[in-house]
Design a protein around this ligand. Structure first.
Ligand SMILES: [Zn+2]
Ligand SMILES: [Zn+2]
Length: 86
């Protein structure tokens, strides 16, 4: 595998996007393993120096994952573009 940036033999793979990078081009970036709410605040388990290619753009803020939430019961709700009636 070759470095994405300089085509030297790669020594690692970006934790975020999967691009291969050599030691010279590899960078560090905080990698958040898990975010969980506690006491009304958000806490996260993170690796401070995960291998990062310097090319991709990991989000600094957690991204909302509403679409992953399972429905409480019954069949999945239909996604419509109409305004909810509440
Ligand atoms: Zn390189
Ligand atoms: Zn990357």
């Amino acid at each position: 595998m070759q470095c994405w940036i300089c085509a030297s033999p790669a020594s690692g793979v970006c934790r975020f996007c999967g691009r291969a990078v050599c030691r010279d081009d590899a960078k560090n970036h905080v990698f958040v393993l898990e975010v969980y709410p506690a006491d009304g605040k958000l806490y996260g388990l993170a690796v401070e120096d995960a291998l990062y290619c310097g090319v991709c753009k990991p989000k600094a803020e957690p991204v909302k994952m509403d679409f992953l939430e399972a429905p409480d019961s019954g069949p999945p709700k239909k996604v419509t573009k109409s305004t909810p009636t509440e």
